[in-house]
Design a protein around this ligand. Structure first.
Ligand SMILES: [Fe+2]
Length: 192
């Protein structure tokens, strides 16, 4: 990679992080932050100067390859490149922080879920699929902290997306929901 492309990679990421910092300094409302940061995340996703071949290379054991590109010292303002292997996906989960995902390479199918239970039983849920949509390059989906989705790469190629979160996912307790058994469990993934 040339010095020039390294500089461009840094510029794209630095521009996004600066916008994240401005948005979160001016507001603590996730809806306001998402509205402000989503256009900046789309610009970085379409820029692609920051994409590196290693973002696609995993150990073969994980269904996805997550690379942390940035986090602040307090673990806020986290940016990742996340690749999904063909045919792989993740079950319904929340993020417990605001989140934006933008397609960079290949389609990813998102299924959106809503809870139909009264949340009175700890560790238990009832879920209903609300809709599903396949997102392509430059298309963004924004999530409030309690929003629930699942993701599947139904294509034959590795997909890549830019993920932007209010907090490093290793520092929030996310939930994984089983729509069949109704179980809720803590949700963690391996991030390098
Ligand atoms: Fe997610």
């Amino acid at each position: 990679m040339s010095v020039q492309s390294l500089t461009q990679s840094g510029d794209a990421l630095a521009t996004l992080v600066a916008e994240m910092r401005r948005a979160t300094t001016e507001s603590s409302d996730p809806r306001t932050i998402l509205k402000r940061v989503t256009p900046a995340a789309r610009r970085m996703a379409l820029d692609k100067s920051w994409v590196r071949p290693e973002f696609y290379r995993g150990d073969g054991e994980q269904p996805n390859i997550s690379t942390l590109l940035h986090e602040d010292p307090d673990h806020s303002l986290a940016v990742y490149a996340v690749a999904w292997l063909p045919g792989r996906g993740v079950p319904p989960h929340d993020h417990q922080t605001w989140a934006i995902v933008v397609g960079v390479d290949g389609p990813e199918t998102n299924v959106f879920w809503e809870r139909t239970d009264d949340r009175s039983q700890p560790g238990r849920c009832a879920l209903k699929e609300t809709y599903r949509r396949t997102f392509g390059i430059g298309e963004a989906v924004a999530f409030l902290p309690d929003d629930i989705h699942s993701v599947q790469n139904n294509s034959t190629e590795i997909s890549l997306a830019l993920h932007v979160y209010g907090k490093n996912l290793n520092h929030v307790i996310r939930h994984r929901f089983d729509p069949v058994t109704g179980e809720i469990k803590p949700f963690t993934i391996k991030v390098r």
